[in-house]
Design a protein around this ligand. Structure first.
Ligand code: FES
Length: 108
């Protein structure tokens, strides 16, 4: 898969978050929102708390563990403050027991 890197295995259960990293050092939060995988930069847009230490709530809501901002992990949109900016998202694919992430972020 041109432009993609393997970042972890695909053993994420529904509701699970996992920290990963691209080869260039970019921190990633990989998650399984009711069977739909997603990958976002593992830094909250509010104050850079690692989102992989947050909570994945029903409805694909990713809650930051520091000040409680919530995001739609499918679109990156802010659902609850105090964050103002959306998540940086990455295209993600699962194949052959592994999760691959595109090294370039999705331009929104
Ligand atoms: S660092 Fe995430 S809400 Fe403040």
């Amino acid at each position: 898969m041109l432009g993609f890197e393997r970042v972890t295995d695909d053993s994420l259960a529904a509701g699970e978050l996992r920290a990963a990293r691209l080869a260039n050092g970019t921190p990633l939060c990989i998650g399984n929102a009711d069977g739909q995988l997603f990958a976002v930069r593992d830094e909250c847009p509010h104050s850079a708390f690692p989102l992989s230490n947050g909570t994945l709530l029903p409805g694909a809501r990713l809650e930051c563990g520091w000040h409680g901002a919530q995001f739609d992990c499918r679109t990156g949109a802010v659902l609850e403050g105090p964050a103002d900016d959306p998540l940086v998202r990455y295209e993600v694919r699962a194949t052959d027991g592994n999760i691959f992430v595109r090294t370039e972020a999705i331009q929104s």
